[in-house]
Ligand binder design. Structure first.
Ligand SMILES: NC(=O)c1ccc[n+]([C@@H]2O[C@H](COP(=O)([O-])OP(=O)(O)OC[C@H]3O[C@@H](n4cnc5c(N)ncnc54)[C@H](O)[C@@H]3O)[C@@H](O)[C@H]2O)c1
Length: 377
């Protein structure tokens, strides 16, 4: 495995791959020789490269994890595919839908495992909810709702390349975390989002941009020039799924107290299910005619197919990194199984899923620009 981009999330890719136990972490590529060497030392990786091209030239690297800022996703992933390497791209797949569509085609031609990291799929209780809905435990769903709220961009001294449309893309909060919510909602319900009506806004319109680079989630000290922010940091979206199922979600990174507060609830004819990332070891089950329930993440209480993603007994909490590992494990099982890589298991988000996420983000921006018009995906 070779990692390109070792900022906030890159080291978690390495951590997950190391926990597999049968994959060597070979090299790290950074934006310069110096930063790559520093990261490789900290992460105890043998080789470091000052460019992703040099990492791709290394024959020992068979799988490339792309954890660079969004504006580099296309070129790194495209170059890796051209060399026949497997790719684990962090989300979003690219900067634009057009790039994402090209990557779908390039991945098909390369005939390798090509995936987008939608890691919340890997939580055992997310899989439990998915299986329960497919089995009909909640009845026919009619309302899918929730939010994904964070607070790390609340102050005008907070800054991320995500807010610079040249580096993050046209959308900030919707593409960055709204894409996770939409992917999860579609994965858990098995329903595709077909229409959206978006209302977006930029709450913090001017921010202090630091002169050097700053990893995600690091608070700023207030230095740097004041810059105008055009990308949204808050959005509310009405959603229609196939079969007319209704939905709604809000996303924002300016909501005090919400650290990584991803909530998905599905209401159906028989019952409701709710999963909250910040309390991810519990699944709420809502009833009309009897007391509500809370299902603990206890392997002995889970469906057989969800149980394999719970690695500890009940009461031993599992967390974000464990779900990330579960997705990584599925990906490497496919790679290890060898070609053809045509049918990936449902937990793995394909490049088609990544392209779809882009189209949803586009439609939300289009809808908002039209003053809140229903827009078809
Ligand atoms: N799946 C998730 O839950 C999740 C979480 C966070 C971030 N992400 C995604 O991961 C990607 C990275 O996000 P982050 O928060 O880690 O960002 P970050 O800014 O913390 O890290 C990006 C890293 O890439 C490095 N970099 C910049 N240019 C480079 C180049 N030319 N070659 C190699 N490295 C280069 C930077 O120096 C930095 O270390 C983004 O696309 C983001 O959307 C996903």
């Amino acid at each position: 495995m070779g990692l390109v981009g070792a900022g906030f999330v890159g080291p978690h890719h390495i951590d997950a791959v190391r926990r597999l136990g049968f994959v060597d972490v070979v090299a790290v590529a950074g934006s310069s020789e110096e930063s790559a060497r520093r990261k490789a030392e900290t992460l105890r990786v043998g080789k470091s490269y000052g460019s992703y091209q040099a990492l791709l030239d290394d024959p020992d690297v068979q799988v490339v994890h792309n954890a660079t800022p969004n504006h580099l996703h296309y070129e790194v992933t495209s170059a890796a595919l051209a060399r026949g390497k497997h790719v684990v791209s962090d989300k979003p797949l690219a900067m634009t839908s057009a790039q994402a569509r090209r990557l779908v085609n390039e991945a098909q031609r390369a005939a390798v495992v090509a995936t987008v990291m939608f890691n919340y799929r890997g939580n055992p209780l997310v899989q439990q909810a998915r299986l329960a809905i497919a089995r009909g435990d909640v009845g026919t769903p009619h309302f899918v709702h929730g939010h994904y709220l964070q607070d790390w961009l609340l102050k005008d001294t907070d800054y991320s390349w995500r807010l610079d449309q040249e580096k993050g893309g046209a959308s900030s909060a919707v593409a960055d975390i709204g894409s996770h919510w939409c992917d999860l909602a579609q994965h858990v319900t098995g329903l595709e989002i077909t229409h959206v009506l978006g209302d977006i806004t930029t709450v913090v319109k001017k921010r202090r941009k630091p002169s050097g680079s700053r990893d995600a989630f690091q608070a700023g000290s207030g230095d740097g020039e004041l810059v105008d922010i055009m990308a949204e940091d808050l959005a509310s979206v009405l959603v229609r799924f196939e079969n007319g199922v209704r939905g709604a979600f809000s996303v924002g990174q300016v909501c005090g107290g919400h650290k990584n507060d991803l909530v998905l609830e599905v209401c159906g004819a028989k019952a409701s299910l709710r999963w909250r990332q910040e309390d991810q070891n519990e699944l709420w089950i809502g009833h009309r005619d009897r007391a509500n329930e809370v299902l603990q993440k206890d392997p002995s209480l889970l469906d057989e197919r969800a149980r394999e993603y719970a690695h500890l007994p009940g009461g031993h909490q599992e967390a974000w990194a464990d779900a990330f590992l579960n997705v990584t494990r599925e990906i490497y099982a496919c790679i290890a199984a060898g070609p053809p890589y045509s049918a990936l298991p449902p937990m793995i988000a394909t490049f088609e899923d990544g392209f779809r996420a882009h189209r949803i983000v586009d439609a939300i921006l289009e809808s908002a620009a039209d003053g809140g018009a229903w827009t078809r995906i």
